[in-house]
Design a protein around this ligand. Sequence first.
Ligand code: FEO
Length: 397
Amino acid sequence: MKSVEIKKDIYWVGAIDWDVRDFHGYSTYKGTTYNAYLILDDKITLIDTVKKEFKSELIHRIREIIPLEKIDYIVVNHVEMDHSGSLPEIIELVKPEKIFCSDMGKKALLAHFHREDWPYQVVKSNDTISLGKRSIKFIETRMLHWPDSMFSYVPEEALLFSNDAFGEHLASTERFDDELSIGELIRHAAKYYANIILLYSRLVKKQLENLEKLNLKIDMIAPDHGVVWRSHVKEILEAYHNWCNNKTEEKALVVYDTMWHSTEMMAKAICDGIEKEGVNVKVFNLEVNHHSDIMTEVLDARAIVLGSPTLNNGLLPTMAGFLNYMKGLKPGTKIGAAFGSYGWSGEAVKIMTQYMKDMKFNILEPGIRFQYVPTHAQLKECVEFGKRIGKAIKEGI
Ligand code: FEO
């Protein structure tokens, strides 16, 4: 189990989780890593730990470099269990002089591990500690994505330990951004943003402005998941800038589920209409696509077109679940449209439209619905509806 030197005397000592496939509802089909870092200086410092089950990997990697008991400080940038689950056992072995965390971090550590006797040292934004040749400046990043979250910045190395921000769920033996395809990395980072960070876009925007104001030189970003950014720092910062500002493309998503293929027929006809306007369109059947993958596509889509038949005066459960998930993540303003087949009561279009209004979407009204199986003429109406959506994407509603 190899540790990796990311800068002179600074090592990645984390763990690779090749098997995890679900991260509370997010499909991590490429696994993930739990990154921890060791700084060798007068005060030897461990930045974050790993998920409880991966404690041995962390210990082996540290022991490859130094005996555990030589560690002086532990920095807890974030208390969520994927970074702190192994903390009690590591503290037992290390007996650190100090554990640095934010005020909310201390509260969260107490609420998780109930240990009043640990040597907490609460820090706030702009507090700096000396490690010897290097120092750490702390930057609180409340609600990115927990109240306790913070960054640790090492000015002498132009190195930002960013915790969850700028990470991806991606297991690999490669540790650096330039060892993998940048396109693939940005796609994984987009999925991470869309499913974990999106709700806090307003705070991301503030935090990016804050980093700019602090005028920090950043040569390297070391997050707690995925690769270390050293060659594409500019690209990941730019991507976050676009995502937090809801920068969209000329792109529509048609997301639907179907009972007896009628709503599916409508979905395909609407897709044809959008395509006829020269707009990029992707179709997602909720039966075969994971909601977290659809959310990744929502991130830069300009229009979301939802289709569900009416079931028991409501929506199909897949659509209800997807809408609940998307609404929780508060995507920025989009163009919204709804369609569906029905038998007798036909409430689905109205319900989907209301969900989208609640998300502050600009709705292309009225939505479109047909009883039972659409006729050829009705499918032509769907094509026309798609064309209206395509035009709205290009020209605005
Ligand atoms: Fe990777 Fe919020 O924990």
